[in-house]
Design a protein around this ligand. Structure first.
Ligand code: AMP
Ligand code: ZN
Length: 136
């Protein structure tokens, strides 16, 4: 897609530290890493978000994610890793070509990726259980 920085990495118009490539996916180092070895995995075809990519291509990129994550963990001696995927600006997506962040983690590395710490009310859980199921 014209003007997409990740499409330009796929087509080698701009350089990146590519660490993996197969028929459908590539992986390269994040230029502004959250941790040493922070890697991005993307499909070669341009789709904006998780809601746009066809199921088969998602399956293929998932296989690449698993392979690359194992290599990143080994190379960085990580004790864990986060798989992060932002969809749309409200969720922090800056590059609008779907991508998966693999962020190696070590105990006490100080990185904050926080979820809620307050238990939900039962009525609230019941409400969202009903509402979301309606759209499945
Ligand atoms: P997101 O906020 O989920 O859209 O993440 C986009 C990521 O792409 C950020 O972590 C950036 O550091 C990274 N990024 C942007 N431009 C490049 C580039 N040219 N090469 C590698 N990573 C990039
Ligand atoms: Zn693109």
């Amino acid at each position: 897609m014209d003007g997409c920085i990740f499409c330009k990495i796929v087509s080698n118009e701009i350089t990146a530290k590519k660490i993996f490539e197969d028929e459908n996916s590539i992986a390269f180092l994040d230029l502004y890493p959250a941790a040493k070895g922070h890697t991005l995995v993307i499909p070669k075809n341009h789709y904006a978000t998780l809601l746009d990519i066809p199921e088969m291509e998602l399956k293929e990129v998932s296989q690449a994610i698993q392979k690359v994550a194992a290599a990143v963990v080994k190379a960085t001696n990580a004790e864990g890793f986060n798989l992060v995927q932002n969809n749309r600006e409200a969720a922090g997506q800056v590059v609008h070509h779907i991508h998966f962040h693999i962020v190696p983690r070590h105990k006490d590395d100080g990185l904050k990726l926080a979820f809620g710490s307050k238990e939900a009310e039962p009525s609230e859980l019941a409400h969202w259980e009903t509402q979301i199921k309606k759209h499945i």
